[in-house]
Design a protein around this ligand. Structure first.
Ligand code: FES
Length: 216
């Protein structure tokens, strides 16, 4: 390569060089992201949790963070799976009568309910998309919401919390309607198999736990 050609890059304007560098970084990032996305395409029952050490019962994969940048690093990540638990029979649910169960285990703060609300809801399952599951633990300070389910006209709520009066909207993924809480109520992800209703995961962190699934 001639001296002229070897130095042709340095002859470019600084703005051109910056643009070329950014384009190259974008290209690397896109390829890495696509690869990582493929690795992380998990079913809704699988969740990725960062971990410095591997849990005995969980499978471990490596993920690349900030690829193509100076902060790039590879970390071990733990893939954990929620249990698939039979919680109710569709044919036995009565309209607006919650059925209680514990999920994802029988440990503390796992009190949950499933209810057929008669109106379509976010995350609802069943023919009318009206069957939902939620934690009974208020996200503010863990007030028990058991027995507070209310159906009024088209509204479906859990609360008011006996501690500080928070109210959660069960048609809209448990968002707060009023009160002191500032996080939505954890929603139990449900699946239907024939007449069986299964709990298969949780959207949100259960009150009082560092993680929903105990480390294996
Ligand atoms: S514990 Fe429920 S609003 Fe405070």
């Amino acid at each position: 390569m001639s001296f002229f050609k070897r130095n042709s890059l340095s002859a470019k304007k600084p703005s051109d060089l910056q643009a070329a560098t950014k384009e190259r970084e974008r290209s690397v990032e896109t390829k890495e992201s696509a690869a990582e996305h493929g690795k992380c395409m998990l079913s809704r029952r699988n969740f990725l949790m960062y971990s410095g050490s591997a849990a005995a019962t969980a499978s471990v994969i490596s993920i690349n963070l900030f690829p193509g940048t100076a902060q790039a690093q590879t970390l071990p990540a733990r893939v954990v799976t929620y249990p698939r638990k039979l919680v109710a029979k569709l044919s036995q649910l009565q309209a607006n009568v919650p059925v209680d169960f514990n999920y994802p285990d029988d440990g503390r703060n796992t009190s949950c309910m499933v209810v057929k609300m008669g109106v379509q809801a976010g995350g609802g399952v069943g023919p009318q998309r009206d069957v939902v599951g939620y934690s009974y633990m208020c996200t503010h300070q863990g007030g028990p919401l058991n027995g507070s389910y209310l159906a009024t006209d088209e509204h479906r709520t859990l609360g008011q919390c006996p501690f500080h009066l928070s109210l959660f909207d069960l048609r809209r993924h448990g968002i707060i309607v009023s009160g002191q809480a500032y996080e939505s109520l954890p929603q139990v992800l449900l699946e239907i198999d024939g007449d069986d209703i299964y709990a298969v995961g949780i959207l949100g962190l259960l009150f009082g736990r560092n993680e929903n699934l105990a480390q294996g």
